[in-house]
Design a protein around this ligand. Structure first.
Ligand code: CUA
Length: 325
């Protein structure tokens, strides 16, 4: 049977907008192709070698025509450029209140974690009607997180958090792909996205997921706090610190901090991650050791991406607290 859809289903707000751009581009392409080809065919037939037509006084210049074929396509090209650039910019600028889901790509599977701690593999459950932000990182090589039904994808690279977002608007089951060749089993790095009604999603979350999802042992924050304690981070960060004076973590997420080299940096996911793995990269002013390096031990090779993700969730949860010196 014919079961080979040429177009992916549309299941997000973005999908409608991007499809509209796609069809306008297609229509313009067809229109200009027709103009050129119909013109060529008419001229070829009319002025064929055996035709008896008037070939004298052939015009070789028409300012009106030249202006028209420059200005009209020029306006169209700029309109398409600004329209597409706007869509592209929006695609990668998640709204502030978006529901955040962390994704880790590894050879060869997708691993997702919801804020309440529910984890799932090669599956992603999302609700309709809300903006969903994906913060993704790779544990090994470059992957790409792609959901054709949402018309969205983003490279998932090692060493950096990449974000994308979408607003699902049609419940159903849609395909999830890795669209960056990442080794032998790249083609098996696929899964399913389940779009659910918000109340169903809430029930699913509270039930601790289903399918490949594992029941949480606490929210990401709580798990992050555990990791934080296990690693002894609180010995230096926090009010009980006695050994080494370390910058307080309360109330820092999303804020600007002054660095020892005079620059400033926004405390975001990437900065926290970098500071855990390589603390000397960007040292907060006033907390530097000899030759402006950090007094903290680098945790490169000690913590994995899952743990870093959890620690970040914990530090984010401290965003509204007052720093304790
Ligand atoms: Cu991961 Cu291809």
């Amino acid at each position: 049977m014919w079961d080979f859809p040429l177009l992916a289903p549309k299941a997000s707000k973005q999908a409608q907008e991007i499809d509209l751009l796609f069809w306008v581009l297609t229509a313009l392409t067809v229109l200009f192709t027709l103009i050129v080809f119909v013109g060529v065919i008419i001229l070829v037939v009319r002025y064929r070698a055996t035709a008896k037509v008037d070939r004298s006084n052939a015009p070789h210049h028409s300012t009106t025509l030249e202006l028209a074929w420059s200005i009209i396509p020029g306006i169209l090209a700029f309109a398409i450029f600004f329209w597409a650039a706007k869509l592209y910019g929006d695609m990668y600028t998640p709204p502030k209140d978006a529901l955040e889901i962390f994704v880790i790509g590894k050879q060869w599977m997708w691993h997702a974690q919801h804020p309440n701690g529910v984890r799932e593999n090669n599956e992603l459950h999302v609700p309709t009607g809300v903006a969903v932000k994906i913060t993704a990182i790779s544990q090994d090589v470059i992957h790409a997180f792609s959901i054709p039904a949402f018309r969205t994808k983003r490279d998932v690279v090692p060493g950096r958090y990449n974000q994308m977002w979408f607003e699902p608007n049609r419940p159903g089951k849609y395909r999830l792909f890795c669209t960056e060749y990442c080794g032998t089993k790249h083609s098996e790095m696929v899964g399913w996205v389940y779009v659910m009604e918000p109340d169903e999603y809430q029930k699913w979350l509270e039930a601790g997921g289903s399918g490949t999802a594992a029941a949480p042992t606490g929210s990401m924050e709580e798990q992050g706090k555990q990791v934080f304690t296990q690693l002894g981070c609180g010995n230096c960060h926090g009010n009980k610190s006695s050994a080494v004076k370390a910058p307080p973590l309360e109330g820092t997420y999303g804020k600007k901090v002054q660095l020892v080299d005079g620059k400033t940096v926004i405390v975001d996911e990437s900065y926290i991650r970098e500071s855990i793995l390589n603390p000397s990269a960007k040292v907060v002013a006033g907390y530097e050791g000899p030759s402006n390096t950090s007094l903290m031990t680098p945790y490169q090779g000690v913590v994995n991406e899952d743990q870093i993700m959890l620690i970040i969730a914990y530090i984010k949860s401290l965003a509204d607290e007052k720093p304790k010196e």
